[in-house]
Design a protein around this ligand. Structure first.
Ligand code: PHE
Length: 346
């Protein structure tokens, strides 16, 4: 290249700025951009690079001006190259040729609460309306809270009926929510009106009507002058609120921590009392165990059994959910099967 006047230098170098701009508008891929970069800024024969070699041929003030011009154009070109790369990457992402925009979309699953959760919330809400508050307790309990304080005699066969899972010598996964009766009584003093939802554990085979872990809701009402009338009236009110107009019946039963004890049945929802496989032909479904709190239980928890009386109940919301949704097998509630959960979503 012949030696140039400063004017010519500025003219040619300045032109590269516009030239690159035009060329970049045609670039479609990152490779196109790279080719343009090499053509102008390439170390060996870049068009602009060649002009850098001219700078030392100027002297004094002229050399300074040529240098400034050169650097300004180089910076401009580098900037445009980078901008174009960013634009291209954005466009490429949108127009990947193998995306078929006419393909029907995948159907979406809408989240919903589990049917047992729905039932628990409704039950708790009904008791909340009549002045009960919610209490909870630990799932790992000492034998004392799970059995002893609840008036289970040591080594009594009643303990076997609970098929307990032991975590350690004296620590069990609670077999019922009743230990929270003791914790609520200890937190007292009466009047106490609580409902206690929570999970419980039993060494049961996992079959159509049993699960090793299931939910319970416990209820406890303790005050001066509470009688079996309160138990019956409150639980009948609950059944009417939850199931709508329905017949109920109380059958004598046995629990170490209540005396007297009763189980409450409601008319089978599926056959309206005429007898079907779901109610084993009886026309009734058992929904809870209940009874008057045994004085030994009050005493064990430090509540004066001469002054106070109370009643308690425990029910299994899973059984109630099975009835309500007409589900024949309890295992369905543990499967997280979307086709099932979708059907019962509220
Ligand atoms: N804890 C009992 C059970 O799991 C139910 C129950 C609770 C019965 C409270 C009476 C009073 O079977």
């Amino acid at each position: 290249m012949n030696e140039l006047t400063l004017q010519a230098f500025e003219h040619f170098v300045g032109r590269f700025g516009t030239e690159v701009d035009t060329r970049l508008r045609e670039a479609r891929t990152a490779e196109d951009v790279e080719a343009i970069r090499v053509e102008y800024l390439g170390r060996a024969n870049g068009k602009l690079t060649d002009y850098q070699k001219q700078i030392p041929t100027f002297s004094g003030e002229e050399r300074k001006l040529a240098g400034q011009q050169f650097n300004a154009v180089k910076k401009l070109i580098e900037g445009r190259l980078a901008e174009t790369l960013t634009e291209l990457s954005r466009v490429t992402r949108l127009s990947v040729p193998d995306v078929d925009l006419t393909m029907p979309s995948r159907s979406q699953f809408r989240g919903a609460e589990h049917p047992v959760t729905v039932v628990i919330e409704e039950i708790v809400e009904i008791f909340r309306e009549i002045g009960f508050t919610v209490a909870t307790g630990p799932e790992a309990e000492t034998e004392w809270y799970n059995f002893t304080a609840l008036n289970f005699p040591p080594d009594h066969p009643a303990m076997d009926m609970h098929d307990t899972m032991y975590l350690a010598e004296d620590v069990v996964l609670r077999t019922h929510t009743s230990p929270v009766q003791i914790r609520s009584l200890q937190a007292g003093p009466p009047p106490i009106r609580v409902v206690i939802p929570g999970n419980v554990y039993r060494l049961d085979p996992f079959d159509a009507s049993h699960a090793p872990m299931f939910a319970q809701i416990e209820g406890l009402a303790v005050d001066e002058g509470i009688s079996f009338v309160d138990l019956k009236a409150t639980l009948t009110h609950f059944a009417t609120r939850f199931f709508g107009a329905t017949r109920t019946r109380f059958r004598p039963s046995y629990f170490p921590f209540t005396e007297p004890s009763a189980e409450m049945d409601v008319e089978c929802r599926l056959c309206k009392g005429s007898g079907c496989p779901a109610c084993k032909g009886t026309g009734w479904m058992e929904i809870l165990g209940s009874g008057m709190v045994h004085p030994n239980v009050l005493d064990a928890a430090g509540v004066d059994s001469e002054k106070y009386t109370g009643w308690a109940f425990g029910m299994g919301p899973a059984r109630i959910a099975l009835q309500r949704y007409g589900i024949p097998d309890i295992r369905v509630l543990y499967d997280s099967e979307m086709r099932f959960l979708g059907q019962v979503a509220r």
